[in-house]
Each structure stands twice: as C-alpha cells, then as structure tokens.
Design a protein around this ligand. Structure first.
Ligand SMILES: O=P(O)(O)OC[C@H]1O[C@H](OP(=O)(O)OP(=O)(O)O)[C@H](O)[C@@H]1O
Ligand SMILES: O=c1cc[nH]c(=O)[nH]1
Ligand SMILES: [Mg+2]
Length: 209
C-alpha cells in the first residue's frame, strides 16, 4: 500500500489557514498556493539521489554534491494544478512538464479528459502529479491511469487538501503511488466538496465563478 505523508511543517500549516479563508483575495490565494507548492516540493524531493562532483572554489578544490541526473516530469492536472506547478518547477528547473486537462462532471462526478500532452520519454522519468484537491479521487485516478497508459511508472501525487474518501480511492486504484498532502480534511459534502476544504481551487486561483 502506498505511503500517505501529511506535511506538518509550521510554515505550511500557517499558510494553509490563509488559503482556506474565504476572505483571502485571488492574488494572495494564488501567491500562497504557489508558496506552499514550493515548500511541499522541498519535502517530496527529500529522497532524490546525489552524486559527488569535484568543484574548484576560489580557495581550493573540494568535493561537492549534485543531483545524480535524475529525470523528473511534473504533471499538473488542469486547471487548478497549474497553481502549484510553477514554484515546483522553479526548484527543479530541469524537470519536463506534461499536462492533463480534466474537469469533474458536476452530476456524475466523473473526471472528463479534455487534453493530454506528455514528454516522449515519460517512462524514464520520476513523475510528480500535482493538483491542490483530492476529493472523490476520480480526477487523480484518471490522470495517473492516463500516465501509466503512456508508460509512466514512478509516480507521486502532491496535493494541498485531501478528503479521506479520495485517499482511499486513490490508494485502491494505484497502490504504488505515494501521496503527499498539506492537510487531511474531515469528509465530503453532498456535492462532493471537501469539508472544511477551501472551496473550488480552480475558481479561487483564476477568479472565475
Ligand atoms: O477528486 P475529485 O472529486 O475528482 O475532485 C478533485 C478535482 O476537482 C478540481 O478540479 P475541477 O474539476 O474543479 O477542474 P478545474 O481545475 O478546472 O477547476 C480539482 O482541482 C481536482 O482536479
Ligand atoms: O472541495 C473541492 C472538491 C473538488 N474540487 C475543488 O476545487 N474543491
Ligand atoms: Mg474547479
């Protein structure tokens, strides 16, 4: 069964309070989601391999460490995943980026795919799937299934807020995918929104609604 890691770091938890607040304006919401994305990336990449390299400082030659050429692919789930992707990409600038567009049908709650584009060598890469919300889990399951169909296999899922129902569904469908979250919430409401949650992440990021 996959690992579920809730990030308890005080900076993340502090920012999550403002992200949840319905009075936080769109600009600030976007900045905070971006910042938490970066803080989460720090933790998600903790186990990346390093190799030793020789470096000449202005004083003498020394041994330093460098990421050992690990190939990474970020896959934000459109739209809301874009809100966390940029800051993670800043930390890992050599990563390639795939995109999958999904929307949740409000009646059936099924995830409907409307776009997909991945790097050709996705099967060689460590893949970070990014979406702020894991509610029923349908979107995450669909996105990861689409990636696996193209040969992707080493996959992690990063989100801000998860409902227990979504975690269970994702773990059942993809037991090999570790899940990193900033907060595990209580439940889903009658419309399958996360409670207490933050509302609709896409609408709050992009000022739609
Ligand atoms: O776990 P689920 O029940 O599938 O719900 C989660 C999905 O819902 C939201 O996307 P939405 O459909 O609102 O699309 P958007 O990002 O374009 O707003 C969110 O960003 C997830 O992708
Ligand atoms: O609470 C939720 C559930 C799905 N999508 C969102 O943006 N928020
Ligand atoms: Mg939305």
């Amino acid at each position: 069964m996959s690992k579920v890691q809730v990030m308890e770091h005080p900076l993340i938890q502090h920012k999550m309070g403002f992200i949840r607040d319905k009075n936080t304006p769109t600009k600030t919401f976007r900045e905070l989601v971006d910042e938490v994305g970066m803080l989460m990336a720090y933790e998600v990449t903790r186990d990346l391999d390093l190799e030793e390299v020789e470096v000449e400082t202005p004083i003498q030659t020394t041994t330093a460490k460098r990421l050992s050429g690990k190939k990474i692919c970020l896959v934000p789930i459109l739209r809301a995943g874009l809100g966390m992707q940029e800051s993670i990409h800043k930390l890992i600038p050599s990563a390639r980026v795939g995109h999958i567009g999904l929307y949740r049908d409000p009646d059936t709650l099924q995830a409907i795919e409307y776009y997909a584009k991945f790097p050709g060598d996705i099967e060689e890469r460590d893949i970070f799937v990014i979406d702020p919300m894991l509610a029923t889990g349908a979107s995450a399951v669909e996105a990861i299934t689409a990636i696996k169909k193209r040969g992707g296999s080493k996959i992690r899922f990063i989100c801000l807020i998860a409902a227990p129902e979504g975690v269970e569904t994702l773990q059942k469908a993809h037991p090999d995918v570790d899940i990193y979250i900033a907060a595990l919430d209580d439940r889903l409401d009658d419309h399958s929104y996360i409670v207490p949650g933050l509302g609709d992440a896409g609408d709050r990021l992009f000022g739609t609604k």
